[in-house]
Design a protein around this ligand. Structure first.
Ligand SMILES: NC(=O)c1ccc[n+]([C@@H]2O[C@H](COP(=O)([O-])OP(=O)(O)OC[C@H]3O[C@@H](n4cnc5c(N)ncnc54)[C@H](OP(=O)(O)O)[C@@H]3O)[C@@H](O)[C@H]2O)c1
Length: 250
């Protein structure tokens, strides 16, 4: 029997799928027979990702959407009918708290926290209307649990995502909707590869108990668990996948 075979024939929305982890999650779900909708702001990058998924035998379509703009989300997701949502779109921003400008705070919180809420709400309305329920996986971060310098807005937004996950799980359990968070540690992607090759990056890696970065594929087990029937009794939880970073010695 194929593992996670209940995923075959399901429909998923993955936000922030024009690159990085979101694109990886879309490809992963498509490889398990899920029809995936890839959302982000950069249409061309989305179309390229969809073409790659189609070439590998999957089913994918793109929708342009800015998760920080409730109007954009409502227009893109009216009548949404998905079984799975991976709420992955996110930005980091790095400023010292004393220099952090209100506009930057708003940009990070609007994308990472309000964006997760408005997309979850639109998709959950469809899940309720279908009567089939569904699974929502919010991509938070180990910075939702602990802190690092110059990332106050990001850390606050990700802590908010973890708490929001629990609140939505409580309200939507009766609709058959499970809501969980996945908290990655430092995962190597194209965006951060150069930083992790620098002296500061190598120093940071020394503080991870496993002494290395994670690979995107090392998130697959947790993502598939939370998205599939294998996780049917898991809701309101968060799973950390971080090489032990959260338990590093104080
Ligand atoms: N990589 C890591 O080590 C790591 C660790 C912990 C948590 N995470 C979390 O994992 C998620 C993905 O991170 P990543 O490393 O893959 O980052 P990334 O490569 O920068 O990708 C971010 C994605 O989010 C999209 N996005 C940003 N703002 C958006 C908006 N307003 N509306 C719609 N889409 C938007 C971007 O697409 P467009 O620019 O086309 O809109 C892009 O597809 C984030 O939530 C991040 O906080 C990552």
């Amino acid at each position: 029997m194929m593992q996670f075979d209940d995923l075959n024939g399901k429909a998923a929305l993955v936000t922030g799928a024009s690159g990085g982890l979101g694109q990886h999650f879309a490809e992963l779900l498509a490889s398990h027979g899920v029809a995936v909708t890839l959302a982000a702001r950069r249409r061309e990058a989305l179309e390229e990702a969809c073409a790659r998924i189609a070439a590998a035998g999957g089913t994918a379509r793109a929708i342009q959407m800015d998760v920080s703009d409730g109007g954009s989300v409502a227009a893109a997701l009216s009548g949404a009918n998905f079984d799975i949502l991976v709420n992955n779109a996110g930005i980091s921003g790095a400023s010292r708290a004393l220099d952090l400008e209100e506009a930057e705070w708003d940009r990070v919180l609007d994308t990472n926290l309000k964006g997760v809420f408005v997309v979850a709400q639109a998709v959950a309305r469809g899940m309720k209307a279908s009567g089939r329920g569904g699974a929502i996986v919010n991509i938070a971060s180990i910075l939702g649990h602990r802190v690092a310098g110059n990332l106050s807005a990001y850390a606050a937004s990700k802590a908010g995502v973890i708490q929001l996950t629990k609140a939505l799980a409580l309200e939507w359990a009766r609709e058959g909707i499970r809501v969980n968070a996945l908290c990655p540690g430092y995962i190597e992607t194209d965006i951060n590869r150069d930083f992790f090759a620098s002296a500061a990056g190598l120093d940071l890696i020394k503080r991870i108990p496993q002494r290395r970065l994670g690979r995107p594929q090392e998130l697959d087990g947790a993502l598939l668990l939370l998205a599939s029937a294998a996780g049917s009794y898991i809701t309101g939880s968060s799973i950390e996948v971080d090489g032990g970073h959260l338990v590093s010695s104080l």
